[in-house]
Ligand binder design. Structure first.
Ligand code: UDP
Length: 419
């Protein structure tokens, strides 16, 4: 596991010093993260990298995962789709399953920490216990709640308003709430297997193992097989562009056995790709971080043609590898891409096809976009920036209503207080 000092050569000494200064104000304070899964998905990926760094900085940090049965996760999935704006029918029984599961977790879980940091809707109602405690509560929403289903949002909102603050990933996701909201973008870890530097021989060996031919430039989209990621739109755009540029398309996703909708989308994608030898559909296990890293590094262009998006970590992953990324202007993607500077923003199949053809035919321009994109990610979307924002948020929560928070040097802490 990477240690803080290892980030110095990537983000500079000032960033490391700033993190140590901020963390020193939180020394001895405890932070509890709660989410709904220990593995799989962006939230678990970020927490698994961030929690050890907080511990290394001597912030007393724990991470708990709520437990629930199949019916609870089915309800949570309904909530998730509804909060993304889908017309989902949520029944009175569903709300009861949700409340019961949260109550069972409350009976078993210790929420004893100075700051309780709850991630996403699944554990949001744990806040009902807060009146018995004197600590700070923060709700971190990782999904797009810009156009939520009013019924489900109407159920969750009173819980959200019992927190001290709510954190969203991008400006469009802000809600009308009676509590303060902060915008904190997610991040990628430049030292994880998904993103660390790889030798060309390592990339070549992984591609050979996966039977990916490298005779033509590769165009890649990495995404769950989900309609909102528009894999059929990706194929349509690729086929239009291919009339003018030689390339292979790879659609990388995970196995969809546990997700009936995912399996249906994968089948549609396979059907649409069948008969086109330049399109490859690749199903990889969820642990395939190195493989995805290698495929992204071997690509000439990365696509993310989502119809809706939370933040879109795959965009940062592509840009960090210095790749030109063509992505839809939805969710958090415009935070990552300044059009024609650090990538290309698109709104349609035709736009995607147009820019794909341009970038495949103008490698020097494509390279410049990738270089600018990598620098933009270095400045804004690496784990160290995310850690700094969380430390600032914890400090603000520790000092409610303070006009100034004195950031004393660690050795002077005994004398300078906050507030
Ligand atoms: N990912 C993966 N395997 C897959 C598909 C996606 O490891 O088959 C990873 C991808 O590299 C990224 C994350 O899952 O780190 C997806 O995050 P993003 O924000 O792009 O989309 P989400 O799936 O959260 O909607």
């Amino acid at each position: 596991m990477a240690r803080l000092e290892e980030y110095r050569s990537i983000v500079g000494g000032d960033t490391i010093a700033e993190l140590r200064l901020l963390a020193a104000q939180m020394r001895g304070k405890s932070v509890l993260h709660v989410n709904s899964t220990a593995v799989g998905g962006g939230v678990a990926e970020i927490l698994s990298r961030m929690v050890p760094l907080l511990q290394e900085l001597e912030v007393d940090t724990r991470w708990e995962v709520i437990k629930g049965g199949e019916d609870f996760y089915a309800v949570c999935k309904k909530f998730h789709n509804a909060l993304h704006g889908d017309p989902v029918e949520v029944l009175p029984r569903d709300y009861a399953v949700y409340e019961d599961t949260v109550d069972q977790n409350l009976a078993q879980m210790s929420l004893d920490a100075d700051t309780v940091f709850i991630h996403d809707p699944q554990p949001a109602a744990l806040v009902k216990k807060r009146q018995t405690m004197k600590n700070r509560w923060l709700w971190r929403c990782h999904i797009d709640i810009s156009r939520p289903n009013p019924q489900v949002w109407g159920f969750l909102k009173p819980y959200v308003e019992r927190y001290d603050a709510c954190v969203v990933s991008a400006p469009p996701f802000a809600q009308k709430l009676s509590v303060p909201q902060a915008m904190i973008a997610p991040s990628i870890d430049p030292l994880s297997d998904k993103n660390r530097e790889l030798e060309p021989e390592e990339v070549a060996a992984i591609l050979a193992r996966l039977d990916i031919p490298t005779d033509k430039p590769l165009v890649t989209q990495v995404s769950r097989f989900d309609r909102l990621k528009d894999p059929l739109g990706v194929i349509a755009a690729f086929e239009k562009a291919r009339a003018y540029a030689q390339a292979r398309l790879i659609l990388v996703g995970g196995p969809a056995d546990d997700d009936p909708e995912g399996a249906a989308v994968l089948a549609e994608v396979r059907e649409k790709a069948a008969g086109n030898p330049d399109i490859m559909v690749l199903c990889l296990p969820p642990t395939s971080h190195l493989e995805i890293n290698a495929i992204q590094r071997a690509s000439s262009v990365i696509l993310q043609k989502s119809l809706r998006e939370g933040f879109g970590l795959t965009v940062s992953e592509g840009l960090w590898k210095g790749k030109p990324v063509i992505a839809s202007a939805v969710g958090g993607i415009p935070l990552q891409i300044a059009h024609k500077y650090s990538g290309i923003l698109v709104h349609s199949v035709d736009g995607t096809a147009y820019w794909l053809r341009q970038l495949l035919n103008e490698p020097a321009y494509a390279k410049k976009l990738g270089e600018n994109g990598r620098e933009h990610v270095r400045q804004n979307f690496l784990l160290t920036r995310h850690l700094r924002d969380y430390l600032l948020l914890f400090l603000l929560a520790e000092h409610p209503g303070a006009e100034f928070i004195h950031l004393a040097r660690p050795e002077a802490l005994g004398r300078a207080g906050g507030g």
